[in-house]
Design a protein around this ligand. Sequence first.
Ligand code: NAI
Ligand code: MG
Length: 338
Amino acid sequence: MPDLCVIEGDGIGREVIPAAVSVLRAAVSELHILPAEAGWECFQHRGVSVPPETLQAVRGCRAALFGAVSSPSHKVEGYRSAILTLRQELDLYANLRPVRSLPRLSPRSDVDLLIVRENTEGLYSGRERLEGDTAVAERVITRRASTRIGRAACELARSCGVTRLTIVHKANILPLTDGLFRDSVREVVRETGVESGGISVDELLVDTAANQLVSQPQRFGVLVTTNLFGDILSDLAAHWCGGMGLAPSLNLGEGIALAEPVHGSAPDIAGKGIANPIATVLSAALLVRHAWKQPHIADRIESAVRSALECDLPVVEGSLAPDLTTDAVTRAILARLM
Ligand code: NAI
Ligand code: MG
């Protein structure tokens, strides 16, 4: 009986999470759900964005499904983004962001890549300060974090059966930080012998990687990169899924995982009942596959999404019909699961 901590968060998190939970309940027997709170609204009424009992609940369940939270883009005393807190406190060091073409919605039919983003350090180290009129952010890269993300990427490249693993960095401009990242990943590549298993390993500077993700995304298998580069490249690559409402992700640590859609709380559409739940449903499938190690159930959920898109859901000019409701999409997926 798997335990799942469910954190809706803010905005459309409250709409897409119940949708994904209903799909999970239909696919996974005897699922035990523990709701918990986090986010901006939680901060406003409790003074903390991730209460200690939420951390405890995720630690107890070893698995969580997270919607999205809002964050102000100015500094608010005492506030720290809930998702960053969860990633750091739970040491969720690998962020898996697959980008796969989806029927009728993707602008191309041949994309199947996985961005493996380092999730705990880099420019997300939280070390930002003002020195008079100069603002400084420290970009921290360690051998330990680079090695373990390299190891995760090599294992995923093997298990996903890809033929190419690309190390993405900017070591020409950041020879110490990105030099350490690149060298640590190269070392893992040597140690694990991943190349002898038919996977070719190459490197790209992040700007060239961005260009190639636009011009020839079909050439990529697994990409491994630092935190901010992974954040930006995965939003860019999400275009090939067919949009932000379709891009899933999974944060992985040692024996613990948190699934979340790549998108945010979407205040522009929150409360209208039209948020696309597919990114969250596919994130839940990632959790089932990689954390609960139930690939046949993950396959069933992903196939149900694909069939619903192929056969049931109205598509207008390459996008889901704008008035299509979260409920209607969820019902179509559930019908295909049965
Ligand atoms: P966003 O991802 O929330 O929205 C970007 C655009 O995509 C909007 O037009 C939105 O309507 C659309 N969109 C997003 N998800 C959708 C869905 N499921 N269905 C249909 N359309 C969807 O990014 P934005 O606007 O930059 O940020 C809004 C808030 O979300 C901010 O407070 C930001 O800090 C937060 N955020 C939170 C994240 C998280 O919790 N992991 C990640 C990214 C942003
Ligand atoms: Mg992002």
